[in-house]
Write a protein that binds this ligand. Sequence first.
Ligand SMILES: Cc1cc2nc3c(=O)[nH]c(=O)nc-3n(C[C@H](O)[C@H](O)[C@H](O)COP(=O)(O)OP(=O)(O)OC[C@H]3O[C@@H](n4cnc5c(N)ncnc54)[C@H](O)[C@@H]3O)c2cc1C
Length: 489
Amino acid sequence: MQPTSKATSQAISQANDPSADHPTIVVGGGFVGLFTALHLSHQNYSHPILLIEQNDRFSFKPLLYELLSHELHSEQVYPRYQDLLAGSRVKFVQDTVTTIDLHQKQITVASGQQYDYGNLVLALGSKTTYFHTPGADRHTFPLTNGAEAIALRRHLRTRLHEALQLKTCAERRALLTVAIVGAGPAGIELACTLADLLPIWYDELGGDSHEIRIVLVNRSRELLKGDINSQLRCTVQRALKQRQVEFLFDAAVSEIQSDRLHYQQHKQDHTLNAGTIVWTAGTSPNSLLMTLPIAAENRDPRGRLIVTPMLQLPEFPEVFAAGDCAITPSNPQPPTAQVAYQQGQAIAQNLKLQTEGKALLPVQVYLRGTLMKLGLNEGVANLFNKVQIKGQPGHLMRQATYLRLLPTPAHNARITTEWLTDELLQRHRPFTPMQLGQTPFLQGMAAIAASLILASPLAWRAAQPQQFQQSLHWSGIPTLLDQWVTAKR
Ligand SMILES: Cc1cc2nc3c(=O)[nH]c(=O)nc-3n(C[C@H](O)[C@H](O)[C@H](O)COP(=O)(O)OP(=O)(O)OC[C@H]3O[C@@H](n4cnc5c(N)ncnc54)[C@H](O)[C@@H]3O)c2cc1C
């Protein structure tokens, strides 16, 4: 009979596998790691699942600006793993992995504990790189996780208070200057957000918001050079200009001190005084990867691990790797969250196939359009590289898309409902100086209409995923957003 033969073949395949008793260990709980672990749990994977992550909270990186600005709360975009994994079969270990022994199939963590694995998923992401710029690691703020976003918010608040105590305008202007190094998507999104946010905060304290300066410092002349968002360059330039963000292009940062930044531009040395310096200029793969016994031909020039189309290491097929720390040369993907979470899901599927003794499948990643935050309540959605939805509808589409990706259905339902309420009731929504000139009635109507159009299927889908899929199945449109933003396969 079919069920018996399936069970028998599974039992035989497990009996032949010497590491069948060992857990599958996922190292790193970012988009790849968390999604792999959750999908394994949801599909009743037969092995124990261990997720080892150094932090106690998951950082939903595309929405860190909202965490900084308080447009969204910690529990929305910086939730605890304990809450995200409640009710799942995933065992969470909060610790830092210090050694990975691929030959012995063993992981060692900072507390000294060792874990044997049957399968390993490397989901270690990337780290900030400072290109050996003196002082950059000590005197700049990175923005790569929730803790850093909160630290930056506190620092900016303190600077505003300190500025009020200063006597001269020149002193206040220097302290209120925010220099952002790097004009990639993170630098641009942060510049637009702060250009809207800081004047509001400073006005509330009784300061003169004209004393605030946001300066974007970039080594090359081009914004978004070589980036997946480069199609949005004109829209981005307009948004920065409207917010009076200053540009320093062709500027090579040579040294950073606590209150200033030195740079070379057109062969001349310059100094920019700034009370806050944020570094968004570069990333490199996690340093733990460099310790692995992987042949040079199985790494790319940046040190990322080369993986097969099934996302396995060629020399260690029981090990999977994906996201920012790996690359498939035959089908390279940009280092983005939308790639990472799809790869996490695909790894889980392949691990499941492996336990069933079936052939693993090459992983397909479907690139959606790109989304950028261009200030408070403003964004842009680039659909199929053909259509751009800008302004408040772009902002709503961006938030709705990301909130839909929040890791668990329970989390998704609660957060989507909160977000919908916030948008409709206009909470967290101070008017920005730019929006004051627009028609509030039309803006309000547009916001409500767009919120309803975008969020009703989201709320329904989150609350009743099965029913939602079944009800819309006949139409061939699984979700409203997928229809809009999923690229043609
Ligand atoms: C500010 C910002 C904005 C972004 N915006 C977007 C966007 O709008 N759209 C988009 O698609 N992408 C965006 N990205 C990129 C996206 O977030 C990354 O591509 C994605 O997070 C990569 O997922 P990952 O799982 O490979 O790595 P990560 O998400 O970085 O996860 C790696 C995990 O490994 C853990 N870890 C590292 N070392 C160890 C260790 N030794 N022991 C234990 N745990 C360890 C880390 O703590 C982390 O949780 C943004 C990134 C940033 C920083």
